[in-house]
Design a protein around this ligand. Structure first.
Ligand code: MRU
Length: 360
């Protein structure tokens, strides 16, 4: 079976009528695979902020389609708007969607692409503008799919023998992109080639993307997966069962410092101690050369209830306790063995100045 045989649908897509963004509500996984159709900027914003659609590439794609769908709705509702109004509406919707989550640069990168497209067709009239924006949003999704395929190939080159143990964190798989994933894509490819990788999935507190989503998609694909609490990673590495760590990314700074789900940097420190290679996988659209190092990456702070209440039958911390809940951490470049992109594997010292990898 090849990669396409593993996945029956795109995790984020435009509906057939072109007036809604279709997502799988990831807050309901693994209990229910419910598709939602988001019809305006408010629904798209809510879905991104609440993590109904999550994963850096997936939120970029959702925002690109969301911008198209919302603008189309506004223009159809207002009749044939005039130039300045279209401009104002475009910018209002774009800026609003861009503020839904701060860390993943894919969100602003996708909206920047939509803006460049809009600027290039602004004189065309409404149907021309909408048609160009729809084509561009499709391209954001299709490019993502192609990048994930390429990341799968480069990353699979690291899975050099049968039965390798791979530790992963959060979910950087099919649900986090349009298809295939980033950190999980090489695993699917190696699995399809008969190498039978053994995956260990961190549960990924507090929102359990590992336990709920990574485990679900790997099990559906028939990949050998074992779930562990985040705090068990040191014990697992000490046991010799982990050959490599593969994790996704939300934003890579110019020096290679990488923001990903909270807890990723802990794995990098442990991996360094135990001499285990630690790889980041993601498209070059996750690299942000405008940020010199990790201190410039904005880290989202989320609601305390995610730590104290969510996914527990009863609240499990005393009411009123102060809570620290950053959604991401930054792994220093010095702890990263390589960054696997659609263009190849960048090795330290990282230099993205011309976005050409050091090795293929
Ligand atoms: O808060 P989330 O679930 O959106 O965080 C997602 C991650 O940290 C992923 O590892 C990252 O976005 C890469 S997804 C291909």
């Amino acid at each position: 079976m090849d990669l396409d045989g593993l996945f029956a649908y795109d995790s984020v897509a435009l509906n057939a009528q072109g007036d809604g963004v279709v997502i799988v509500d990831q807050t309901l996984l693994p209990w229910e695979e419910r598709f939602l159709t988001l019809r305006d900027e408010y629904e798209v914003y809510e879905a991104i902020a609440r993590l109904r659609v999550r994963g850096a590439p997936a939120i970029g794609i959702a925002a690109a389609y969301g911008l198209y769908v919302a603008l189309r709705r506004v223009l159809e509702r207002d009749g044939q708007g005039t130039g300045p109004d279209v401009d104002a509406e475009f910018r209002r919707i774009r800026d609003y969607l861009c503020s839904a989550r701060p860390t993943a640069v894919n969100l602003s990168a996708a909206l920047d692409r939509m803006t460049d497209c809009y600027m290039s067709v602004a004189g065309l009239g409404i149907s021309g503008i909408l048609s160009a924006l729809r084509t561009e949003a499709d391209a954001v999704k299709n490019d993502d799919m192609a990048m994930c395929r390429s990341i799968a190939e480069y990353g699979a080159g690291l899975i050099t023998r049968p039965d390798m143990g791979i530790l992963t964190h959060c979910n950087a798989g099919h649900y986090a992109v349009s298809r295939y994933g980033t950190a999980l894509a090489p695993i699917y490819l190696a699995h399809s080639r008969g190498l039978a990788p053994r995956v260990y999935a961190d549960e990924t507190r507090p929102l359990l993307q590992g336990a709920r989503i990574t485990v679900l998609e790997l099990m559906k694909a028939g990949v050998d997966v074992t779930l562990q609490c985040d705090s068990m990673a040191g014990s697992l590495m000490a046991s010799g069962k982990v050959d490599m760590v593969l994790a996704g990314c939300d934003r890579v700074a110019a020096n290679g410092d990488t923001a990903n789900k909270i807890g990723t940097s802990v794995l990098a420190v442990l991996a360094s101690y135990y001499g285990i290679p630690f790889y980041i996988l993601g498209p070059t659209s996750s690299i942000d050369p405008s940020v010199p190092d990790g201190t410039g990456i904005p880290v989202e702070q989320r609601s305390p209830d995610e730590v104290t209440d969510l996914y527990f039958e009863r609240r499990m911390a005393p009411a009123g306790v102060k809570v620290y809940n950053p959604a991401f951490d930054v792994t220093p470049a010095a702890l990263i063995s390589g960054i696997v992109t659609e263009r190849g594997i960048f090795r330290p010292p990282f230099d993205f100045s011309n976005l050409k990898p050091d090795i293929q």
